[in-house]
Design a protein around this ligand. Sequence first.
Ligand code: NDP
Length: 400
Amino acid sequence: MGKALVIGCGGVASVAIQKCCQNSEVFEEVCIASRTKSKCDDLKAKLEGKTKTKITTAKVDADNVDELIALINEVKPDIVMNLALPYQDLTIMDACLATKTNYLDTANYEPEDTAKFEYSWQWAYRERFEEAGITALLGSGFDPGVTSVFSAYALKHEFDEIEYIDILDCNAGDHGYPFATNFNPEINIREVSAKGSYWENGEWVETEPMEIKRVYNFPEVGEKDMYLLHHEEIESLALNIPGIKRIRFFMTFGESYLTHLKCLENVGMTSIEPIEYEGKQIIPLQFLKAVLPDPASLGPRTKGKTNIGCIFRGKKDGEDKTYYLYNVCDHEECYQEVGSQAVSYTTGVPAMIGAMMLMTGTWDKNGVYNIEEFDPDPFMDALNKWGLPWKESFEPELVD
Ligand code: NDP
């Protein structure tokens, strides 16, 4: 059917690429391009001979629009899958515009020097993408991504109106290290050390970091502490779910993780302000990333499950209704299948599915869209088929 150009070759990209290779009817060719080309070549060597998908590799600095344009013109992909870092979203979107190529990502743009992430920068491309006759699919990971598709599905099939959404992200995996992050440490720590916020009655309500704590008994996982965080899908769901009164996002953290994080914060190691060290400017958080375990190395050590989903409350036929949609994913099973732990897996699979939706023309509208703006049904079917089956409950425990 077509060709995808994947930018980045880290934890998430490696899963997405393997999933594309399992789906070679749609992904006849994949070009893997990243800053460190040897990682792309290693993945190609691992996959070649086991897939019908033709794999090529390239080196690219995705901060450089001209380099990206040259690569896209050479590869001529049907879609660019941006699985590098949020800092590269806009340069890659610029290159897609210049070459009239479809775009997909899993995280919204964040400037490198301010820990602030929101959609405004990417939504500003709407008209230009429409005029160019191409699509940008934003947030095709798990959260954002699957949680957003869950919301569209709940609205389409289970409710006349959704009033409350609680998104619950539980990772009960144990990697055996006192402290490590499950995806890129810099992005992860910026996210969890920021102030929390939720959407209520048309406004953002801000909280101190980790101020709101709840305990929840997750299906197939058990009781875990979880904390309210700001999360990017709240911003788009607040616009795309009409009549919504409140959206909150909770993520589970263990005591050891939080104690280490507090200590690192207290000594200044999570700061993104440059400091002078032995005559050189360094950013403490980037230095910390260099000494922490590489998320890719957690795969073989991680045991346990993730459970990510959404609890919806609203009205159906004039009656109050509650509905919970979630996926449970097992770290060890993911490792057996693709050599990665479940956090990369739960993000990489939806990235492949989102790309498939655009490449097959199943989702076909020009402009810049968040994933919940498309028909959720084919995506929900694909989740069941490609490794992230979902479950539903009509009487879930609620979060107060
Ligand atoms: P990794 O750090 O493992 O991988 C990032 C990759 O991007 C690396 O291969 C890196 O190259 C490459 N890269 C970084 N900068 C550049 C550049 N300037 N030019 C070219 N390549 C570059 O991150 P993850 O795989 O864990 O995360 C990938 C994305 O997924 C992130 O945006 C993250 O926020 C998002 N994510 C989304 C989730 C969701 O549910 N929606 C959940 C988890 C992650 P190198 O090898 O040289 O460092």
